[in-house]
Design a protein around this ligand. Structure first.
Ligand code: SF4
Ligand code: SF4
Length: 113
């Protein structure tokens, strides 16, 4: 089991999650984060910290099917992030927008730290 980041993170990227992860297993894309499934220790502390409710356990079928492989793939391509940065200025405006993956997912790496 692992936790995965899903669509709600796209363009929100509040990064409260990186502050609490004890094993620093978040990786940063241009407009979302992912969790490395082999590094996550399933502690679950990040899930309630996410203002966008983007983090789910992969025991939820929807999270596993749609987001498991994407988290695994991009965790190996994007840089590690361990410290919270400022969220995008328009993050709140994107929080409840639907269909963000199809329209706004970016494979471009973030800056990491
Ligand atoms: S707190 Fe949630 S929205 Fe923010 S970066 Fe982490 S997963 Fe994405
Ligand atoms: S469940 Fe724990 S180890 Fe896994 S990403 Fe969240 S805080 Fe990190």
């Amino acid at each position: 089991m692992t936790y995965v980041v899903g669509e709600a993170c796209i363009k929100c990227k509040y990064m409260d999650c990186v502050e609490v992860c004890p094993v620093d297993c978040f990786y940063e894309g241009e407009n979302m984060l992912v969790i490395h499934p082999d590094e996550c220790i399933d502690c679950g502390v990040c899930e309630p910290e996410c203002p966008a409710e983007a983090i789910k356990p992969d025991t939820e079928a929807d999270a596993a099917e749609k987001w498991g492989e994407l988290n695994r793939e991009y965790a190996t391509l994007w840089p590690n992030i361990t410290r919270k940065k400022d969220a995008p200025a328009d993050a709140d405006a994107w929080k409840d927008v639907e269909n963000k993956f199809a329209e706004h997912f970016s494979a471009t790496p973030g800056e990491g730290n």
